[in-house]
Design a protein around this ligand. Structure first.
Ligand code: HEC
Ligand code: HEC
Length: 211
C-alpha cells in the first residue's frame, strides 16, 4: 500500500504544478489561461504591462475602448486588418484566440490608465488641435472630435486617440488614405483630403493631448 502511494503523490504534484503554470503560461492556444496572464506574459512584451507602450512601433492600448479592441483583435484573426505591421506582428498572436479570450484581453487593457506624453512643437500642436476640433472646411476635412470625442477618449467602435504615439497615428492615417490595409471604415474617406502637414500636426496634438 505504501509503495503505491508514492507515485500517486508524485502524480498529484505534477498536476498541481500544471495548475500553477497556468498562472505563468504563455500558451495562446490554451483558453484556460486567464486573459490577464496572457496580457502580462505575452502582450506586455510589446504593448507594456499597463498598455502604455514605450516604443512608437507598438500602439498604446491603455484606456482604449473595449469594443474597439475586440474588433481589432477579431480583424487580425480574420486577416481583415492586413497592413504590414499588423500581419507581421498580430496575425500569429491572434490566430488561436477564442472570442472569450479576446473579450478578456480587451477588458484588461481598457481598464489600464493611459499615461500622457511630453508636449511637442507648440505651433504644430495648435494646428493639430484646430483640425481635431473644427476640421479644415476649405479642404473638406471634417472634425475628428465628432466621432473620437472632445477629449479624444473614443466611444465603443470609435477608438481613443489621446496619448497615442504620433508615429503610429501618422502610419495609420497613411494606411487609411493610401492602402486597403484597414478596409471598410469611414476613415478612408475622412483621410482622403489630408496633407502630410495636417497628419503630422494632428499626431503631435494627439500624442500629448494637453488640456
Ligand atoms: C511582438 C510584438 C507584439 C506582441 C507580443 C503583441 N502585439 Fe499587438 N501589436 C503589435 C504591433 C506592431 C501592432 C501594430 C499593428 C499595425 O500597425 O497594424 C499591434 C497592434 C495591436 C492592436 C491594435 C491597436 C490599435 O490601436 O488599433 C491590438 C488591439 C493589439 N495589438 C493587441 C495585442 C494583444 C491583446 C496582445 C497579446 C495577446 C498583443 N497585441 C501582443 C505588436 C505586438
Ligand atoms: C465618422 C466618424 C469618424 C470621424 C469623423 C473620424 N474618425 Fe477616425 N476612426 C473612426 C473609426 C470607426 C475608426 C476605427 C476604424 C477601424 O475599425 O479600423 C477610426 C480610427 C482612427 C484611427 C486609428 C486608431 C488606431 O488606434 O489604430 C486614427 C488614427 C483616426 N481614426 C484618426 C482620425 C482623425 C485624425 C480624424 C479627423 C481628421 C478622424 N479620425 C475622424 C471614425 C471616425
Amino acid at each position: 500500500m505504501k509503495k503505491t502511494l508514492l507515485p500517486l503523490l508524485a502524480g498529484l504534484a505534477v498536476i498541481a504544478s500544471g495548475c500553477s503554470n497556468l498562472e505563468r503560461s504563455r500558451d495562446l492556444a490554451n483558453p484556460n489561461v486567464p486573459a490577464a496572464v496572457t496580457a502580462m506574459q505575452v502582450c506586455s512584451n510589446c504593448h507594456g504591462i499597463d498598455g502604455n507602450s514605450v516604443s512608437p512601433n507598438f500602439p498604446r492600448l491603455a484606456g482604449q475602448q473595449t469594443a474597439y479592441l475586440v474588433a481589432q483583435l477579431q480583424h487580425f484573426r480574420s486577416h481583415e486588418r492586413a497592413d504590414p505591421p499588423g500581419f507581421v506582428y498580430m496575425w500569429g498572436i491572434s490566430h488561436h484566440l477564442t472570442d472569450d479570450q479576446i473579450k478578456g484581453l480587451a477588458e484588461y487593457f481598457a481598464k489600464q490608465v493611459p499615461k500622457p506624453n511630453a508636449p511637442g512643437d507648440a505651433q504644430q500642436m495648435a494646428a493639430g488641435k484646430e483640425i481635431y476640433e473644427k476640421g479644415v472646411p476649405e479642404q473638406n476635412v471634417i472634425a475628428c472630435a465628432a466621432c473620437h470625442g472632445p477629449k479624444a477618449q473614443g466611444i465603443e467602435a470609435f477608438p481613443r486617440l489621446a496619448y497615442q504615439h504620433a508615429d503610429y497615428i501618422v502610419k495609420q492615417l497613411d494606411i487609411f488614405q493610401h492602402t486597403q490595409g484597414r478596409p471598410g471604415t469611414p476613415m478612408e474617406a475622412i483621410t482622403h483630403p489630408l496633407t502630410g502637414e495636417n497628419k503630422q500636426a494632428i499626431a503631435a496634438y494627439l500624442q500629448a493631448f494637453p488640456d
